[in-house]
Ligand binder design. Sequence first.
Ligand code: PFF
Length: 444
Amino acid sequence: MNKFSRIGFILAAAGSAVGLGNIWKFPYITGEFGGGAFVIVYLLAILFIGLSVFIAESIIGQHGESDVSTSFVRISKSKNPKWKFAGFVIFAGLIILSFYSVVLGWILNYVFTSFQGLPTEASVAGATFGALTKDISTQIFYHTIVAGTVIFIVLKGIKDGIERINLILMPLLALILFGLFLYAVSLDSFSQAMSFMFVPDWSKINGSAMLAALGQAFFTLSLGVGTIITYSASLPKDTNFVKTSMYVAFVDTLVALIAGIIIFTFLFEAGAPSAAGPGLVFISLPVVFSDWGILGQVIAISFFVALVFAGITSAVSMIEPSLLFFIERYNMTRQKATILCGSIFYFAGIIALLSMSDEFGPALTFAGKNTFDWMDFITSSIMMPLAAILTCVFIGFYVDKDLLRDKFTKHTSVLVFDAWYILVKYIVPFAITILFLNKLGFIS
Ligand code: PFF
C-alpha cells in the first residue's frame, strides 16, 4: 500500500481533525455553555478520553494495515471473521460527508458574497442565511464544487492526493489563523475574550455541558468513523503512534482554542452576544466584520477561506475509509471506488439540502426532523458513539493484551501503557455509554 511519510501522516490526520468542528462548532458551543468552565471540561475530555480512543484507532490501523473491516479481523485474538462487521463505521463517514459538503458549500458561498459586501444588521444577516439554506440551485451549485474538489483529491490517492493537499492547505490555514489572531491581540476586547475562554465559572457546568464536551471531543478528533484507523493503515510500521496521536490532538486543540479566542474577541469588540448558537459565524460575525469597512471585508474573506481549507481536508478524510474498504475487500480500482462513493455522498447531499427547502421539505421530513438533521443525528448520536464503544471493548477484551503492551512499550513506559489500557477498557466505554443514552433521550 502507498504509505504516508511520518510528517505527511501527522498533517493529514491533523487536517482531518481540524475542520468545521474547531472553527465553527467549538466556539459556538463554548459560547452557549458560558466559556471557561466548559473549555476546561473539554480539555479534560480530549486528554483522557479522546486521545485514548485516538491511540486505540491508530493501533488498529497501523497494525491491521488494511481497511477498517480487515484490520479488526486481523488484530483480534481469535481472527474471527465476524469482526468485519465492525467496519460498518465507514458509512458514518459517507453520511457525514453528505451534509458536511453542503455546509462547506454555504461557506464557499460566503467567501464570494463577502467580496460583494457584508450585512450591517443582524436581522438582514439572519434573513440572508435563512434564504441560502432554502435556495436549492445555489446550494446545489456550491455543493457540486465542494464534492468535485473532494473527488478530484481522493482520486489521486494517499500520497499525491491526500498528503499533498494537506501539505499545501494546512500551512496556509495556520498562516491565516495566525494573521487573524495577531489582529485579535491588537483589539481592546482581547483580554475580555481571554477571560471568557479561560476563567471558569463552575456554576455554568451541568450534565449536558459535560456531554456536549465529550461529544465534541470525539467529533473534532474524527473518531468513530474509521478515519483514523484508515489513515493509520498508511502510517509507516515503526512510527511512534503514541507521539503522532499526541501531536494531532495537540494541534487540533490549539486550533480550536485560537479560533475561539479570535471569534470571541471579534464578537465582544462589536458588543455582539456570545451565545448565538450555530448562526454565530454565519449571522453574527458578518455583521461584526461589516463595521470594519474594507478591512472587515478582507478579514471576512480570510476567515471563510480558512474555514473552507479546514473543511476540505476533513472532507477527504471522511470518504477515504469507504474507498479503502472497496479497494481492499472488493478489489476495486481507486477510480471505481471513488465514482461509487462519490456518487453516493453527492446525491445524499442533494437530498439533505432539498429537505430544508419549502418545496421538498415536507416530503423529506420524518418524525419532525428533516433528512439533513436525521443524517446528523444518526451519525453523531448513534453510529459514532456505538463505534467508539465497540472500539474500546474490542481493544479491552478481544485483542491480546501482551501484543498491545509490546507495541506500546517500544515507544513508551509500561506505566503509560497501563494507564491507557485502564482508560480504554473501563472508563471510556462507561463515559460514552452515558453520552449515548443521553443522546437517545434515556437519561438527561
Ligand atoms: N474532525 C472534523 C471537524 O472537527 O470538523 C470532523 C470530522 C472529520 C468528523 C472526519 C469525522 C471524520 F471522519
